[in-house]
Design a protein around this ligand. Structure first.
Ligand SMILES: Nc1ncnc2c1ncn2[C@@H]1O[C@H](COP(=O)(O)OP(=O)(O)OP(=O)(O)O)[C@@H](O)[C@H]1O
Ligand SMILES: [Mg+2]
Length: 625
């Protein structure tokens, strides 16, 4: 007996809805995308009860005539895809003809639409399981969708929705992202009667960035533009002084469609690698223009993924373009720091005629070599030459080619920091003491040479600085009363509205117990009136901690402390790559000696090594005398 039944439309739509609509934010995305495809200039979205009660999207687009208004709720009814050939050249956001029937199968939908023609507008009311009601309607040109009681007939889905706050944040995030992709459209988003986002629609991307992320963020953006045979890219990337602890701020669009391009993000991160510490990510907005034949959008139900031919060429275009743009910002970024070993060949001094060989040779390298990393490194050496004349002069006296190697991996990797053993344990550990040490000088701008009990000691100044800062931060955050600073002017931390929506009493209290006194300032910024003193001069650190607290609802106080400590230790150690005077060295040794464990950096590497008298004598083959 045959067993196969053809599904009726209602069942097929309900199944499709499972793929297309998984939360209220998906409804918003689908309706807004339809409004964009309908060439709207203005799209107004309003939400109540996290979209479960009502989602309303009104646009001023093309609208539909009576026939289309009735057809659009049928499965596979689309004005956007007519033949198999069109599938290769999809220029619209939608193409499947699935969104509206899916939405209408799991909610109560009312749609009014008018195409500006002579016939009256149309109102369609749909209740799943009943025939649609079609009526005349009077309205201005455009379409208004009102979706009520979402998931009322799929209780399992309703049950698995997150808190209203999280769902509202997801909706806001979608609208924020889409509005950056379409700066020529004015978007407004109102949640439970409160406007949380509004863009002007003036067509200026930087203006849209400032409307979504705040003017301060927009001021720190650099425009990028590049092209190769396959791809054209434009966009904005942040100055290296801005960075985030997560990838949340890396947005990309292909032919104006918001998509995730993992390789593009990786390429940006590669371009920033010499500017940002590990585990820090830039804020980037990328628009890729490419021939439609090189992309396949039809690979995922949510259309979020695309397949791109020659993706590696896109990645290298992004990396090169971003590197060039970042290089131009160099003066703003005082201390470029490099992770890998950079070798610079300084030509022999004898080739120079004006008897200023140390400058000439460095500048020659500067002019001849276009490699950005090397240029930056040489610039750094140049800027430090007054501090280190002996080093360069000695080389010149020898009249030989000098090869300088700089190992500059000074950033502690945050996750390596031994947190299991933090706070109480570190404070209660038996204290280790260093012998009395007398600094003599510095080698390789990295190690302090000391004379001490029974031998010679070398201190890794970076590791020592990390240990000192780490313990300082542990002490600060461990004490019940965290030492706080009240800035003269409250800090205004700008945040995307999607994050601000998460800010509530619980987060406020959690931040307060760690020394952050915060208050809502606008729908997209917090006012920070007090913060832990260890974060003084580190606005990024303050912002990062707030973002992390807002992003992670489950964050515990101890995790917050760890985050702050890791941030502080990491930031402070950046400053460690520097020339030290004897006085600086003495202070560093004194501070190190105050630590409970002066012998190791927070990652467990030694801060001090000793060459005993015996070992030195052995090396000079003086033993046995
Ligand atoms: N706001 C709108 N203004 C004008 N026409 C609209 C609007 N929303 C939907 N339509 C029409 O209804 C059709 C069906 O919309 P639906 O979202 O279901 O499918 P689609 O956009 O073609 O494809 P996808 O399922 O990928 O979104 C669209 O092709 C379009 O013609
Ligand atoms: Mg659609």
């Amino acid at each position: 007996m045959s067993k196969i039944n053809l599904m009726n439309a209602e069942l097929a739509n309900r199944i499709a809805a499972g793929e297309v609509i998984d939360r209220p934010a998906s409804v918003v995305k689908e309706l807004v995308e339809n409004s964009i495809d309908a060439k709207s200039k203005r799209i107004q979205i309003s939400i109540s009860e996290a979209g479960k009660k009502e989602i309303r999207v009104a646009d001023d687009g093309t609208g539909m005539d009576r026939v289309d208004a009735e057809l659009c709720f049928l499965r596979h009814a689309s004005s956007k895809l007519k033949s198999i050939y069109d599938l290769r050249r999809i220029t619209t956001m939608g193409f499947r003809g699935e969104a509206l029937p899916s939405i209408a199968s799991i909610s109560n939908v009312e749609m009014t639409t008018y195409d500006g023609g002579n016939a009256p507008g149309t109102k369609v009311t749909i209740v799943p399981g009943s025939e649609p009601i079609i009526e005349d309607s009077l309205q201005r040109k455009g379409t208004i969708f009102t979706v009520r009681n979402l998931f009322f007939n799929t209780p399992a889905r309703l049950k698995y929705l997150k808190s209203d706050m999280t769902e509202n944040a997801a909706i806001t995030e979608i609208v924020e992202q889409i509005s950056l992709g379409y700066p020529e459209i004015s978007f407004s988003l109102t949640i439970d009667g409160r406007e949380v986002l509004k863009t002007s629609g003036h067509g200026n991307l930087l203006e849209a960035i400032s409307e979504v992320y705040g003017i301060e963020s927009a001021k720190k953006m650099i425009s990028i533009e590049g092209e190769n045979g396959f791809f054209k890219i434009i966009g904005f990337i942040c100055e290296p002084s801005v960075s985030y602890a997560n990838r949340y701020h890396q947005l990309s669009f292909i032919n104006k469609r918001p998509v995730t391009i993992i390789k593009a993000n990786a390429a940006f991160n590669a371009a920033y690698k010499d500017y940002l510490p590990p585990n820090r990510y830039p804020f980037t907005i990328l628009f890729v223009e490419v021939d439609y034949s090189l992309i396949d959008i039809n690979v995922h139900p949510s259309k979020k993924e695309v397949r791109i031919s020659h993706e590696e060429k896109l990645a290298s275009l992004i990396e090169d373009t971003a590197k060039k743009a970042l290089f131009k910002t160099r003066p703003e970024y005082a201390t470029p720091v490099f992770k890998k070993v950079v070798e610079v060949q300084i030509p022999s001094a004898s080739k120079n005629v004006d008897n200023k060989p140390q400058q000439m040779s460095l500048n020659d390298v500067l002019k001849e070599n276009s490699n950005i990393e090397i240029l930056q490194h040489v610039e750094e050496i140049n800027s430090k030459k007054e501090e280190i004349p002996s080093l360069i002069l000695n080389d010149i006296e020898k009249n030989e080619a000098v090869e300088e190697k700089v190992e500059t991996d000074f950033f502690p990797e945050k996750e390596e920091i031994n947190v299991e053993k933090s706070f109480e344990e570190i404070i209660n550990e038996p204290k280790t003491t260093l012998p009395e040490l007398f600094p003599i000088g510095q080698v390789l701008k990295t190690y302090i040479v000391c004379d001490g009990e029974d031998g010679m000691y070398l201190i890794d100044q970076h590791a020592a600085a990390e240990r000192i800062n780490y313990e300082k931060a542990v002490r600060q955050f461990n004490s019940l009363a965290v030492e706080t600073t009240i800035p003269l002017m409250p800090l205004i931390v700008e945040l995307p509205s999607s994050l601000m929506l998460r800010y509530d009493r619980k987060h406020q209290e959690m931040l307060k117990s760690s020394g952050f006194i915060t208050e809502e300032f606008t729908t997209s910024s917090l006012r920070v009136e007090e913060f832990p003193t260890v974060l003084k001069d580190d606005e990024d650190g303050v912002r990062d901690i707030i973002i992390s607290v807002l992003k992670d609802e489950k964050m515990e106080l101890s995790e917050l402390k760890h985050l702050a400590i890791a941030t502080v230790a990491c930031k402070a150690s950046i400053k460690a790559n520097m020339f030290l005077t004897l006085e600086n060295m003495k202070t560093l040794i004194q501070e190190l000696n105050k630590c409970h464990n002066p012998a190791n950096c927070p990652h467990g590497r030694p801060t001090v090594i000793k060459l005993s008298k015996y070992e030195i004598e052995k090396l000079f083959k003086r033993t046995g005398f």
